[in-house]
Design a protein around this ligand. Structure first.
Ligand code: 13P
Length: 335
């Protein structure tokens, strides 16, 4: 077993999942202002430190994705944030892309940037304690989208990123996110997501990336958020499995879904069904941002000194997601 494969399995085995707490300052400001909390480095750290020091980290969370600001911060107890995360048994990770920018010659689409100087930044993050990384490519569905240009250029960037990350001794999370915005059907989402993922693996293989040392972070197969043709949770699970079975090479150890705007309960229910119906050899778990933090953030915003209630809310959500990653969740457990 390679060292990278061991790290990947440590993050996603036994129902453990990933806490995606890598919102950029701009995104975190949106989240905090939506609940009337001032967005400054102190408050961003305060909320995140409450999550990272909660009981639920030990049993449910295998990895935490950080943003550059957070990985450089010091906790209220004087520890570095990666040390705080490692103390709970979870692996510290870091988002290393620098965001999605307009794609030249297809300005309605995005290309993710951040390759320049990446090798040196990776060294710095490794020294700070990171052992895995994230890069997110983003694709929208429209009549002409995602274009071949967007599919190919983002796959190329994801592959160059992955090769550099493995060279530096860390596990790359490969995240091609096909957005749920739009009125497309689930069938279209299935076809487009399959095309996007297949192209990613074509490039990863070309760039000699060790597929046993990556984690794939895809979207689930859903109908567009504006579509009138909603599919059942059961269908979400079967279409998602169909997509991954046909487009992901078997060496990949596991798949950690993003929540992508689904509610906490929807994303948990869908993950549970995916595991109930899992006819692949892949571990299927979560790498949720909003679907792990939303309720906790709401509780915290009412009183930012109320650590206990905030942690209880987070612990519950993490426990539900971990049960779903084992196919053992049911709606009754939510109460
Ligand atoms: P969501 O689960 O909120 O989609 O965030 C996951 C993530 O890391 C997106 O890049």
């Amino acid at each position: 077993m390679s060292e990278l494969n061991k790290i990947a399995l440590r993050i996603i085995s036994d129902g453990k999942g990933i806490l995606a707490a890598d919102e950029s300052n701009a995104t975190m400001t949106k989240r905090l202002e939506a609940v009337n909390v001032k967005s400054n480095p102190e408050n961003r750290l305060l909320f995140r430190e409450i999550l990272f020091s909660s009981e639920g980290m030990k049993d449910f969370i295998g990895g935490v994705i950080l943003y550059d600001e957070t990985i450089n911060q010091i906790s209220s107890k004087g520890k570095s944030i990666p040390d705080l995360i490692s103390a709970s048994g979870a692996v510290p990770g870091i988002k290393v892309d620098t965001g999605a920018k307009d794609l030249a010659n297809s300005s309605q689409e995005k290309i993710t940037e951040g390759l320049d100087g990446l090798r040196d930044r990776l060294k710095k993050y490794y020294d700070l304690g990171a052992r895995f990384t994230k890069w997110r490519g983003v694709y929208s569905i429209g009549e002409k989208y995602p274009s071949k240009l967007a599919i190919s250029s983002n796959a190329h960037a994801l592959a160059r990123y992955s090769a550099l990350v493995q060279e530096s001794g860390m596990v790359p999370i490969v995240e091609p996110e096909v957005l749920m915005d739009g009125n497309h059907s689930a069938e279209v989402c299935l076809n487009k997501t399959s095309e996007v993922i297949k192209k990613c693996f074509e490039e990863l293989i070309l760039h000699k990336v060790d597929l046993s040392g990556i984690i794939l972070k895809p979207n689930m197969i859903l109908s567009g958020s504006l579509s009138k043709d909603k599919i059942s949770n059961e269908e979400v699970s079967t279409k998602t499995l169909e997509c991954l079975k046909n487009s992901v090479p078997s060496e990949v150890p596991g798949i950690a879904f993003l929540s992508g705007g689904q509610s906490e309960i929807e994303s948990t229910k869908n993950l549970n069904l995916i595991n109930n119906n899992n006819n692949t050899n892949f571990i299927m778990t979560y790498s949720y941002g909003r679907a792990l933090q939303q309720s906790a953030l709401k509780v915290w915003s009412k009183n930012i000194k109320d650590i206990v209630s905030t942690q209880n809310t987070f612990n519950h959500r993490a426990k539900m997601c971990t049960l779903a990653a084992q196919g053992k969740w049911s709606i009754e457990l939510e109460n």
